[in-house]
Design a protein around this ligand. Structure first.
Ligand code: SAM
Length: 199
């Protein structure tokens, strides 16, 4: 799927994803650990925020949500009205260098083609303050595929393998990588990684 098809897929499925997700997954609890690592009154960006109910809604008031799908953002505007929302692709984030203290990216980067994922991590490193923290889903496998019938539509998924993702994060400047496993919103479990941007 090209970029437009990937975005269109999310325009069609953002609402279904928001409805079918289990609201009790423990993945959202990891945000408390992220916030504990940040300075007081941090500015946090939620990448691939979708409707925002699991991530943006748990971040400090005034946090930023970024998504390339208008549908996800309009749901987020209702769910988290005090957030600030940006429609953009995570490979080119329209924020200045060092402008945020923390980043969350839940179930998001694995919708970007494998060869573009290092560029995403470089963007995360560019917009984070030195010493800032990233919290993102860490896919376990190595795949690049379109799943037909996913939530009644089709969806693109890609990851280069767990070790390669960790290597790409280190290459982008993230250090002190720490992983945690949590219950995910689709009835399974997922690994997450915390990383600190080198000062
Ligand atoms: C599985 S949903 C996760 C939504 C939210 N993070 C959550 O955990 O509930 C993935 C989100 O990433 C967004 N997304 C996928 N590729 C993107 C890209 N290249 N740039 C920005 N957003 C993207 C989709 O529109 C979708 O809202």
């Amino acid at each position: 799927m090209d970029r437009n098809q990937r975005r269109e897929a999310w325009e069609e499925l953002s609402q279904t994803y928001a409805e079918r997700r289990d609201p009790t997954g423990t993945d959202a609890d990891l945000i408390d650990d992220l916030l504990a690592a940040l300075p007081p009154d941090p500015l946090v960006l939620d990448v691939g925020c979708g409707d925002g109910a699991r991530t943006l809604a748990n971040l400090p008031s005034g946090s930023l949500g970024l998504d390339f799908a208008r549908e996800g953002l309009s749901l987020a505007a209702e769910t988290v009205p005090d957030s600030r929302l940006l429609q953009a692709d995570m490979t080119a984030i329209p924020l200045a260098e060092g402008s945020v203290d923390g980043i969350t990216a839940y179930y998001a980067v694995f919708h970007v083609p494998r060869d573009r994922q290092p560029a995403v991590y470089r963007e995360f490193a560019r917009i984070l303050q030195p010493g800032g923290t990233l919290l993102m889903t860490l896919p376990s496998g190595r795949f690049q595929t379109v799943r037909r019938g996913w939530m009644g539509g089709q969806m693109f998924f890609a990851a280069p393998g767990r070790q390669e993702t960790l290597a790409q994060l280190r290459e982008a400047g993230f250090t002190d990588l720490r992983t945690e496993t949590a219950a995910d919103p689709l009835g399974s479990s997922s690994e997450f990684v915390f990383g600190r941007l080198e000062s």
